[in-house]
Each structure stands twice: as C-alpha cells, then as structure tokens.
Design a protein around this ligand. Structure first.
Ligand SMILES: [Zn+2]
Length: 272
C-alpha cells in the first residue's frame, strides 16, 4: 500500500514538474503577442521618422544649394563687366538700359546722390529712356558741387522743383546726383522717359568751356551706348518746350549741330 501510494504520488509530482514548464510558454504567448505588434509599430514609426528626417534634410540641402546659386548669380552680375561703382551695379541689375554691351568707354564721374525728397529727387522709377537732354545751369561761374548743393537745398526751401541726373562742372568734372533708374525734375512732361545733364559755364553768353564740352561728349556717347540711342536722340531742353536752355546752343544752332556730330563720330568709331 505504501508502495502503491508512493507510486501514486510520484507520477503526480512528475506531472506537476513536467506540466509546469509547459504552462510557462503557454502563459507567455498571449503576453508576448502584444509586444511583438507594438515593437513592429514602433519600428514602423521609427522608419517613418527616419524617412521624414531624411526628407527634411534633403529639402534643407536643396534650399541651401538654391541660396548658394542665387548668391553666385548676384555676385557675378555685380562683378562682371568693366563697371565697378555702385551706380553701375544698379544699371546691371535693373533693365532700364539696353541689354547689349556698351561699346563706349564709361567716363569717370563722381557719384554723389541727392537724398530722396519732393523737390529734387522724387525717387520715381525711370522705366524707359528715349532722349537725353542737355541743359545749362543759368548761373555763370558756379561749380558742379555748388549746383548739386542747390538741388539738395530745394528739399528745405521748397522754392521750386529742379534737378538733373548729371552735372558737368566748368573744369570738366562730372557729378552724378540722381541714379539712372530714377526720374529727375528737369524737363516738364519728359521726366518719365529721359535723362538730363546740367552743364556749368563761366561766360555770360552761356558757352561751355572746352573741358565741359569734352566731358559732355564723352558722357552723351556713353549714355547713347547704354540705352541703344543715336546722336539724333540727344536734345536741348529748348527742343521740348522752347525754354532758352542751354542758352548758347539755342542761340548758336550750328554749334549745337557740331556738338551732335562730334558725339556721332565717337559712336561711329566705337562701332568699328
Ligand atoms: Zn534746362
């Protein structure tokens, strides 16, 4: 009996011992099912996050490349060609002038711009240039600098509206006081499609000195080249409204014609 009892109890113990480890994996399975799914989900999430990061990085690199190219383009547009001052930079960037390269050498001039104001530099864009007007200051013996100061003071006094893109002194010095992309107050009704040059002089008859005349020819020829104009597009203020400006060249038609011919000769030389 004792033996049979022992025999009975032994298999019970064995059964428990055998079934016990069998139960464990059975118990684990339902628990392990969920983590496998969540691990997969987490992995997918991770993959998505990596993909998004890669995409963002690619976009950022493309953006950087774009910026780099744009900077290079601007740099090249500024530094290409023979022009190197601030005014020329704008001439390159803005399509006011003709696209073809100017065959005429740019004369030396000082850029001393007026502040934008209602009486001498309105800041209005100059979108096209059909003519170049020549003026005289109507103030004998005054220098280019003095005439520029006069234009600048109009902002304070407001006594009248007047200005020009360039002033040529009686010693031949050229001063630019309005950018070529903006309108001057020089010729009533024509400020929106022309460039103006004021000339200083010494004698009461308004005749220009040889230096002024030489600089004027150089500047006129260069401007013609910039805008694709001919010497026939150069006018006296007188030709648009009848004002006796420039006095000497209104009273001496032949001298005016000679001046135009001289500009024509410079243009002709450059085209060969
Ligand atoms: Zn005038």
């Amino acid at each position: 009996m004792q033996q049979s009892r022992q025999k009975k109890t032994e298999p019970e113990l064995q059964l428990w011992e055998i079934t016990a480890p069998k139960r464990k994996p059975a118990q684990r399975q339902p628990r392990a099912g969920r983590p496998v799914q969540s691990i997969r989900r987490r992995k997918a999430k991770k993959r998505r996050a990596i993909l998004i990061r890669c995409l963002v990085l690619t976009l950022f690199l493309l953006f950087l490349a774009g910026i780099f190219q744009l900077t290079g383009l601007i740099y090249r547009s500024i530094h290409s060609g023979k022009h190197d001052d601030a005014a020329s930079v704008w001439q390159k960037v803005l399509p006011v002038q003709s696209d073809t390269a100017n065959p005429i050498e740019k004369p030396l001039f000082t850029v001393d711009l007026l502040e934008v104001n209602n009486y001498s530099r309105p800041g209005t864009k100059l979108k096209k240039v059909k003519n170049i007007f020549v003026h005289y200051t109507a103030n004998p013996g005054t220098s280019a600098k003095q005439n520029k100061s006069y234009f600048a003071n109009l902002a304070e006094t407001g006594e009248r509206s007047a200005s020009a893109h360039f002033i040529i002194g009686y010693e031949g010095e050229i001063l630019q006081c309005i950018p070529l992309e903006e309108q001057a107050y020089a010729v009533k009704g024509r400020n929106n499609d022309s460039v103006s040059i004021e000339c200083c002089y010494l004698d009461a008859d308004g005749a220009f000195t040889q230096s002024t005349r030489d600089s004027l020819i150089d500047l006129l020829a260069w401007l013609c080249g910039e805008y694709g104009l001919t010497e026939q597009d150069i006018l006296r203020h007188y030709d648009a409204g009848g004002k006796k400006c420039p006095l000497y060249y209104v009273e001496h038609e032949d001298e005016w014609e000679q001046l135009i011919k001289d500009v024509g000769a410079v243009l002709q030389d450059a085209s060969h």
